[in-house]
Design a protein around this ligand. Sequence first.
Ligand code: GRF
Length: 209
Amino acid sequence: MHEHLNIAVFASGKGSNFKAILEAINAGRICNAKIVLVISNNSDAGALVTAREHHIPARHVSRKQFSTDDDFNAKLMSLLVGYRVNFIVLAGYMKKIDSKIVQSYKNRIINIHPALLPKFGGSGMYGIHVHEAVIASKENLSGASVHIVDEEYDRGPVVLQKTVAVDSTDTPESLAAKVLQLEHEIYPEAVRLFAEGRIKVIGKQVSIS
Ligand code: GRF
């Protein structure tokens, strides 16, 4: 039996990826996992509304509420420990996770990125900017990537990827919509694999059993 996942979701926006994972759990497509906490830096985040609708503890925690980084990160850690979180899912979370948290949850934090990492990743590559860059570079393929979070933005080893064709008629908005669909497929799939204990991360290598 694999360790039951007590998941904390970090989200800044709509939370459609959070919702896709929650629906997969509630539909029984993901077993051995439970979302026990949702944290957002944005008090208006749709993700907080969805969490509350599903009676999941939802907390607005923002760096602005604290005088120091240490106080902010201590608050995050106290919530994670308090809810016995053993796995973190970043779902459109626009802030960097402090290295102390990354180390406490080594290889237990994942993120979804709307491009085929390592291309079109790193600082500044978020939201519509990613799709603008993909179209500007005349790529004929794009997609979504689930990766392990480490100390550098979008640099952790890739767990799952799915590609989609970039058509000549695509705009950044139409490409974003196609990629978001893929995100909603591969993110729940990645959580399922972790919940089944089928993902091994050794160094920078990910193996799926
Ligand atoms: C997605 O496009 C994801 O790739 C990026 O932020 C967006 C999150 O959207 N990390 P949502 O809040 O999950 O709807």
